[in-house]
Design a binder for this molecule. Structure first.
Ligand SMILES: C[S@@+](CC[C@H](N)C(=O)[O-])C[C@H]1O[C@@H](n2cnc3c(N)ncnc32)[C@H](O)[C@@H]1O
Length: 286
């Protein structure tokens, strides 16, 4: 039932959208309704709740209806609004890139510590996607530069657009390659949030991920660690000083073992807010 046919006070429209998203199986119907309606009206999600008496015009109702229909089909909110907050940045996203996750902010934090401990080292974000990690590093360490790689030309176009909009293009270079192939990694700090889910797990994912996000950004193949394994080996052969990988549940020990095998003598696991090991680091000792 179209929202426009139901009501035109903001409170009524909001209620109707929440009910529809709940029916569609969306986990956070009220939050998503507030964000989507706020996006259409150019106000914050909090204002959507506060301005309940506002009357909406025909154009706004039509735009809210279109956004609600997309979300009912389980399209992620960030693809509908075209943007996602990450650290201090607003990152533009589309279906060519994974939507940056809050968990990945931990990888940036850990990466900044490794980078600060290596003055003069370059940082390399392997599998940069939207550029979120590389851009956050550059934004938070003015004067230093970062290389982002990806095997997807479409993803690199999104990253380049973000770098330009955020005025970081001077310090965030981008490179199309497989992992970090061809990149000089000597002394570098390598950070990577690569696909770490096996194809067998695809059916267990929420439709927002399995139906909408790029498969090559999420699925590693039949072996969940195949892409991480390749990049750990590249970092080892290339004599990177340190490397940090975002991981999935139960992968910490295996990734630490890969890092040790690649010559990183000291490893550590870093836990996310839920207490799960989420980032594994390896540092060369000598
Ligand atoms: C999980 S997404 C992460 C994107 C971004 N770093 C983030 O954290 O939001 C993984 C990214 O790695 C890229 N990727 C997958 N396999 C790759 C490979 N062999 N070499 C380079 N990039 C790869 C994908 O295209 C995708 O952009």
């Amino acid at each position: 039932m179209p929202t426009a046919a139901l009501a035109n006070s903001l409170a009524d429209v909001r209620r109707a959208v929440i009910a529809r998203l709940r029916m569609a199986g969306v986990d956070t119907p009220a939050l998503d309704a507030n964000v989507l309606i706020g996006h259409v009206l150019g106000i914050t999600p909090e204002q959507v709740v506060l301005r309940s008496d506002a009357e909406l015009g025909h154009e706004d109702l039509r735009a809210i209806e279109a956004a609600a229909q997309r979300r009912e089909r389980r399209e992620p909110v960030a693809y509908i609004t075209g943007t996602k907050a990450f650290r201090r940045l607003e990152i533009s996203v589309n279906r060519d890139v994974l939507i940056p996750r809050p968990e990945t902010e931990l990888l940036v934090e850990v990466g900044l510590d490794l980078w600060d401990a290596s003055p003069g080292a370059r940082a390399v974000d392997v599998g940069t996607g939207s550029g979120a990690i590389a851009l956050a590093l550059a934004a938070e360490r003015p004067g230093r530069w970062v290389l982002g790689t990806d095997c997807s030309p479409a993803a690199l176009r999104v990253a380049a657009g973000n770098a330009k909009c955020l005025r970081l293009a001077e310090r965030v270079r981008l490179c199309l390659t497989d992992g970090a192939a061809g990149v000089n990694l000597r002394g570098a700090v390598v950070l990577a949030n690569l696909p770490y889910i096996s194809s067998a797990e695809l059916s267990t994912l929420q439709p927002e991920i399995s139906c909408w996000e790029p498969g090559a950004a999420v699925i590693a193949g039949t072996d969940d660690l195949s892409v991480i394994r390749k990049v750990v080996a590249q970092a080892g052969r290339g004599k990177a000083r340190a490397a940090a990988f975002e991981i999935g549940l139960g992968q910490a020990e295996s990734v630490a073992a890969l890092l040790i095998g690649a010559g990183f003598g000291r490893t550590a696991a870093h836990r996310d807010l839920a207490g799960h090991p989420r980032v594994v680091t390896g540092t060369r000792v000598s």
